[in-house]
Design a protein around this ligand. Structure first.
Ligand code: GUN
Length: 293
């Protein structure tokens, strides 16, 4: 039987409805959540992501502003802006869109953001809190994946989850959240990466496979067990002259063939990406709420 499709839109809409209620409640106490987005250069994917994030923000009543720098901007100029945004009381969340141009020290930029405004959950203080299981801003994509699994009624506890990819943004934090001893965790987790020989020998043992490798076709049908749950985090642009934009988006999973074997699968586009955006706004209202306390 072909897999059920787990729509990101459905999950994101539900989260955004909760966020909108929280925005209303904050507005009644005179606070309007505000997100500052920083972008350096003209990477088309980053431009599109930021546009999507701001569109969602506007939809739920969160104010946002975008600061764009030309590609050749130096480290000091970006740091100076972050320092200013850190000081501004009306700014609750700061997001620096990654990747940054190679001459900019990404780690130093992330560390410059005040941890209480780090709505991406990338600051080492917030990463440390997350690893320890403390209350903090959880990184949006891993948190979104947990929300999708919960929404679909997929029990994680006691299951074997194989994560393909070990990025700081997805693979590492997701593996961590899945193994934590609390609701949404308690999984047995294996992480595969570019130095793993025969990734299929691991993914074939998985109840749930999450692919965040950043390359199309990383997971094929022969690599999944019948009835597995498959979460595709990849967003890859491939040329497509028949599309009006000249390209189309595909995930890391060979969707058609894997969907014939899996029990549940997320699509690209329309999957994890939409929920990631919703979780960013969830973190932004949380930042605004904490600033009121
Ligand atoms: N680039 C790709 N994903 C992300 C994300 O979640 N946050 C930021 N800031 N940049 C990204």
């Amino acid at each position: 039987m072909p897999a059920q499709i787990l729509s990101g839109k459905e999950v994101a809409d539900r989260i955004l409805a909760d966020v909108a209620k929280e925005v209303d409640s904050l507005a009644r106490s005179g606070c309007r959540p505000f997100l500052a987005v920083v972008r350096v250069g003209d990477d088309p994917a980053s431009v599109a992501y930021v546009r999507g994030k701001r569109k969602d923000a506007a939809r739920v009543g969160i104010l946002s502003e975008e600061h764009t720098f030309p590609e050749e901007t130096g480290q000091e100029d970006v740091c100076a802006l972050i320092d200013r945004l850190n000081r501004e009381e009306g700014v609750h969340g700061i997001l620096v869109q990654l990747p940054l141009p190679p001459h900019i020290d990404e780690e130093a930029i992330i560390e410059r953001i005040a941890p209480e405004k780090d709505v991406d959950g990338f600051h080492p203080v917030n990463v440390g809190r997350m690893v320890l299981g403390q209350e903090t801003f959880l990184p949006c994509t891993p948190h979104g994946i947990l929300m999708m699994l919960r929404h679909a009624g997929v029990e994680v506890r006691g299951r074997h989850v194989v994560v393909v990819g070990r990025s700081n943004i997805v693979g590492k934090p997701l593996a961590n959240l899945l193994l934590q001893k609390r609701e949404g965790g308690n999984a047995t987790v294996t992480v595969c990466h570019t130095a793993t020989p025969d990734i299929g020998s691991f993914t074939r043992q998985a109840d749930i496979v999450v692919v965040a490798a950043g390359r199309p076709g990383v997971l094929t049908a022969d690599m999944v067990r019948e009835g597995a749950v498959v979460i595709d985090v990849g967003i890859n642009r491939v040329e497509d002259p028949s599309s009006p934009r000249g390209y189309r988006l595909i995930g890391d999973v060979a969707f058609e063939e894997v969907a014939r074997k899996a029990s549940l699968i997320t699509p690209v586009p329309g999957g994890v990406g939409l929920v990631t955006r919703a979780m960013l706004l969830w973190n932004t209202v949380r930042a605004a709420r904490l600033a009121q306390e």
